[in-house]
Write a protein that binds this ligand. Structure first.
Ligand SMILES: Cc1ncc(COP(=O)(O)O)c(C=O)c1O
Length: 384
């Protein structure tokens, strides 16, 4: 089976991990700081804090932004459920915003309709690695007094207006994931980038039970050098040092990974541009996509055959995937009162969307085989 995505681990990565396993530090040690510095420098932000997952990083970022019980926060309907869940962890209420019909990204025009004085956060997702229109979203947020946090779990290495995602030029914080299908991996892992020192301090403490070891920050007099204080309720969201070593090694290869992804996306375009059943993902003038995914949309009647198409492609060794069921349609959110029809463009996007295999290690000949099987299977299911 050609999967829809997979990690690319080299001998160099393996050696980096083994070196740490032979050292004194297994959990948070010197590689954590080194990875954080490398990430901050790569993205052009002042601070980076790494976490045990992208979900943990989202939870921490929402906390650091002050999201709390009763607040509203806006997320796009098309995303992985964690974007919404992380706010629910804090007792806040997600407001789902409809998406652009072609990119699947949060639509600034739709944002205008759902934003209000109750909106604490706006969390755009750079779906499939294609940046959202950050400047438009930041302008709306500023007008309404809301904070922007980017869910960039798909978009490390992507660029907006010629600048890397993660610079936080238009947001308070940016969140990444290092799950194996993401642009780089640490097995499980995530990070928050920010230019705010105050957020940085809160993020570090949230990762470690709400504890500080900085004497200057103590609320009570320190009785001795063993003393530390837990000042708010945090979690154990630490990343291990050997994961950070893998992250450092992977980050060095990221520009090459993105180059490969973009080259393969170009090849898909070349081979599929005349296909009457498909619409291909656009790339806006302000965006340089990292192509975390290659999401095509089935046209017209073909969309009603998606189930059969999906099943046959899988049978024939093409590991397609669907990203995503609009989050509010999951049973958990339905129980909270969200109902079908809330975001029509997102529901239509979901009905038509199919992600084709795309990852740095995908061979050109395998991509050509995917296209050949896809073309054949499309004709078959449409003709029946
Ligand atoms: C858009 C988005 N947000 C958040 C997450 C959560 O990241 P993680 O799996 O590292 O917890 C993911 C990854 O699956 C994602 O795709």
């Amino acid at each position: 089976m050609i999967p829809y995505s997979r990690q690319l681990i080299t001998q160099e990565d393996i050696e980096a991990v083994v070196e740490v396993l032979r050292s004194d530090f297994i959990t948070q040690g010197p590689k954590i700081r080194e990875f954080e510095e490398a990430l901050a420098s790569f993205c052009g932000a002042r601070f980076a804090v790494v976490f045990s997952s992208g979900t943990a990083a989202l939870h921490a970022a929402y906390f650091a932004a002050g999201l709390s019980a009763g607040d509203e926060f806006i997320v796009p309907a098309i995303t992985f459920c964690a974007t919404a869940n992380a706010g629910v962890f804090l007792g806040a209420r997600p407001i789902f915003c409809d998406v652009e019909s072609d990119t699947g990204n949060l639509d600034p025009g739709e944002l205008e309709k759902v934003v209000s004085s109750r909106t604490k956060l706006i969390v755009p997702v750079h779906y499939a690695g294609h940046p959202v229109d950050l400047e438009a979203i930041a302008e709306i947020a500023e007008r309404k007094g809301a904070i922007v946090i980017e869910d960039a779990c798909h978009a490390l290495g992507a660029e907006y207006q010629g600048e890397r995602i993660g610079s936080c030029r238009f947001s308070l914080m940016t969140v990444f994931s290092f799950h194996p299908v993401k642009p780089i991996t640490t097995g499980e892992g995530g990070a928050v980038l920010t230019n705010s020192e105050e957020c940085y301090r809160k993020l570090c403490m949230f990762r470690e039970h709400g504890i500080t070891r900085e004497p200057a920050e103590f609320k009570h007099p320190s009785p001795g050098p063993w003393y530390y204080e837990m000042q708010f309720l945090g979690w154990n969201y630490r990343m291990t040092d050997f994961q950070a070593a893998l992250g450092i090694s992977q980050l060095r290869k990221l520009p090459e990974f993105i180059r490969r992804r973009r080259m393969l996306a170009e090849l898909y375009r070349e081979l599929l541009s005349g296909n009457p059943h498909l619409e291909l993902p656009p790339e806006r003038s302000y965006a340089r996509s990292g192509y975390h995914l290659f999401p095509v949309r089935l046209k017209g009647e073909t969309a009603s055959r998606k189930g059969e198409l999906f099943r046959r492609l899988r049978e024939r060794g093409v590991g397609v995937q669907v990203h995503y069921l609009p989050v509010y349609l999951h049973p958990f959110y339905r129980r909270l009162g969200y109902a079908p029809g809330l975001c029509p463009q997102a529901e239509e996007f979901y009905r038509r969307e199919l992600s084709l295999p795309l990852y740095p290690g995908l061979k050109e000949e395998d991509l050509r085989r995917v296209v050949e099987i896809l073309n054949r299977t499309l004709e078959e299911v449409v003709g029946e």
